[in-house]
Design a protein around this ligand. Sequence first.
Ligand SMILES: C[S@@+](CC[C@H](N)C(=O)[O-])C[C@H]1O[C@@H](n2cnc3c(N)ncnc32)[C@H](O)[C@@H]1O
Length: 232
Amino acid sequence: MHDNIDRLYDQRTSQRWSRRLARLLRPPEPLIGNPREFQIDAPLGRWNLYIGGAAARVDGYINLDLFPLLGVDVAANAEALPFRSAVFQRVECDAVLEHVERPELVMHEIARVLAPGGFAHIVVPFCHPFHEYPRDFRRFTPDGLRQLAGPLEVVAEGWRTGPTATLLVFILEYVKIWLPWRPARAIAHGVLGWLLFPLRYLDLVLLRTPRARQIGNHCYIWLRKSDQHADG
Ligand SMILES: C[S@@+](CC[C@H](N)C(=O)[O-])C[C@H]1O[C@@H](n2cnc3c(N)ncnc32)[C@H](O)[C@@H]1O
């Protein structure tokens, strides 16, 4: 397994007192989700697929990840999904495409396993620090994300997290670059995270302007497979 995946898994699930305390003191994420992103009528079906949810709870979905960690139902590479075509009503792929070698293959697989009339929700980073889970290959613009849609219809697109999220995550990362000692980085993250997090609400305003795209943090796209779509 990879160090970063191990660490993420440990941070989320370890019952050691030090980890439990760290979870308790952990500052809120500097990211605030765009409320309009979720205004899509795309109900879950009988079968739904969540790609890349290691150590996360994803109720209502089959959780597929590269690694067989807690919470994962199927360990597989999303570039070759081990499912037959046209079975899933919803596919969720949030902050995964930057980690795969061939994102166009993953998108092809998502289009294949979606049931006719089904929806896929894809989220990718645009301005975000380097983070290896287990690798980090690229960033996406909204145009680049739309290009990956292939035969699927684009129903909605926009920013999931905005310019202030970008600013805050980069400030935290910048400060941590100066600190070679891991505990010092953790303390800096905690202190600065608590001090700065209220600023994240500025994105509720900024996400309404088209200029947010200059330094947006993560963008999203909602895709729908047509009712007449042939399998495969
Ligand atoms: C940044 S995390 C995803 C975050 C997720 N949305 C969450 O909040 O838990 C990326 C995840 O994608 C998984 N992953 C990376 N490459 C993959 C691949 N080729 N196929 C399936 N999962 C992959 C990683 O193991 C990791 O769990």
